[in-house]
Design a protein around this ligand. Structure first.
Ligand code: NAD
Length: 429
């Protein structure tokens, strides 16, 4: 095993599944398959830079609160660090570090010239006013001013953040350096250099990968029964596009619980309901309520976890009835659960492939910004689809060639490309 990297401030994850250990296990499995040099594996198992900042903010009631913000930069071997910014109460430095490592492999797998990074603040954004969130975001950005930039590290939205937070980050960075720098973040509003197609990109990417995987099994999306956990940026876009393609979305959930309709949910109506109900689907009148736990074990063709990590574990893996699981969230299936699903012949489409649509369009947004030339949505979607389908084919080819599951195939491609670049660049000094 590689040595455990030193992550300051936290001894270990409070949960029994440490996300960083899990990320290292995937690296280790890919390294073993590729017979990588141990020194290379040792380098890749440590984030290059770990930043934790204090964010003192005056709340609306006059009270001062100090939040902890993290930014982990795992690798910039292939290009600037790239990765989302998560606002969620469960954010820890270990989780952010695991997600940063995942981004490195994901960008390499998709063939885009980025390294991996991730950021986060352990807050429940629903408990703060818009003004408080703006002050938190701006202070977080200004604390990281020397560590981010269009050629250095480019944050994007993740769970709990959106185009609104990216605009605040872009503005704070720009004001501090003295001129507008749209390339410092992606996932921005269109008015400040965002890309058409970015909002739906991750869900669209998931739809494309599910469509390709079904096609390989001689099936189409039409009439497929789909269950989606999470109805935020990713889950909602995936639901909408799959619904449009003829799939039947039979259950969907948000943090407060889920809804189930055997004949399929009317996704545009459900979307309007969630918009009017603080983004919750709970209580949707045209369906019956279902708990998040029961939703995961519903019989269906495709299960799409699009909320949190560690949702399918040793405890519920043997009760999963889906024939295919597409990881739209990061790390929703644990290592052990993955083995159990694969042993039962369930197709698991790994996160670094199934949710890569977001970072692909982030890359296209960055390219458009750097070239001062903006494309129509059709071109953005076409370029994204090309990269997604290409990566899918490379993963399935690798899987067949080496006789390994799709996840390991995806990791061997991502890890292998970074390891090769590291070998070619050499070790400084
Ligand atoms: P979001 O905040 O927009 O939505 C999250 C959704 O999950 C919400 O509907 C929320 O109610 C639901 N949820 C929260 N806790 C839940 C629980 N315990 N059970 C069921 N549902 C729950 O976040 P998002 O941007 O859609 O991200 C979702 C996942 O996708 C995350 O793992 C994120 O890292 C990953 N991801 C996002 C992007 C992106 O472009 N936004 C890209 C790649 C991966």
């Amino acid at each position: 095993m590689v040595s455990t990297p030193v992550l300051p401030l936290e001894a270990a994850s409070p949960a029994h599944i440490c996300p960083f250990d899990q990320a290292c296990s995937y690296l280790e499995a890919a390294a073993k398959e590729l017979k990588l040099d141990r020194g290379i594996v040792e380098i890749l198992s440590h984030p290059r830079k770990v930043v934790t900042v204090s964010i003192p903010v005056k709340l609306d009631n006059g009270e001062i609160r100090v939040f902890a913000g993290h930014r982990v930069q795992h690798s910039d071997i292939l290009g600037p660090y790239k990765g989302g910014t998560r606002y969620h109460p469960a954010v820890t430095l270990r989780e952010v570090s695991a997600l940063a490592m995942l981004m490195t492999w994901k960008c390499a797998l998709l063939g885009i010239p980025y390294g991996g990074g991730k950021g986060g603040i352990a807050i429940d954004p629903k408990r703060y006013s818009v003004g408080e969130l703006e002050r938190i975001t701006r202070r977080y950005t200004s604390e990281l001013i020397k560590d981010i930039g269009p050629a250095v590290d480019i944050p994007a939205p993740d769970m709990g953040t959106s185009a609104r937070e990216m605009a605040w980050m872009m503005d704070t960075y720009s004001v501090n350096v003295g001129h507008a720098v749209p390339g410092v973040v992606t996932g921005k509003p269109l008015s400040v250099g965002g890309s058409l197609g970015r909002e739906m990109a991750t869900g669209r990417g998931t739809m494309i990968i599910v469509r390709e995987a079904l096609a390989d099994q001689g099936k189409s999306l039409v009439g497929m029964q789909v269950v989606i956990q999470g109805f935020g940026n990713v889950g909602m876009a995936a639901a909408e596009l799959l619904h449009q393609a003829g799939a039947k979305i039979i259950a969907v959930s948000t943090g407060a619980g889920g809804v189930f309709a055997k004949e399929g949910l009317d996704i545009p109506v459900l979307k309007a309901y969630a918009a009017a109900n603080r983004r919750s689907v709970f209580g949707f009148p045209q369906a019956v309520p279902i708990s998040n736990a029961d939703l995961l074990t519903l019989p269906c063709d495709v299960l799409i976890p699009a909320a949190l990590e560690n949702q399918i574990t040793e405890e519920n893996a043997d009760r999963i009835q889906a024939h295919m699981v597409a990881e739209a969230a990061n790390g929703p299936v644990t290592l052990e659960a993955n083995l159990s699903l694969e042993a039962r012949g369930v197709t698991v489409l790994p996160d670094i492939l199934a949710n890569a649509g977001g970072v692909v369009v982030s890359y296209l947004e960055w390219v458009q910004g750097l070239s001062y030339l903006f494309w129509d949505e059709e071109r953005v979607n076409r370029e994204m689809e090309h990269l997604m389908v290409q990566a899918y084919r490379q993963v399935t080819q690798q899987s067949k060639l080496r006789q390994i599951p799709l996840r390991l195939a995806a990791y061997t491609l991502g890890v292998g490309r970074v390891a090769q670049a590291l070998t070619d660049r050499g070790l400084y000094p």
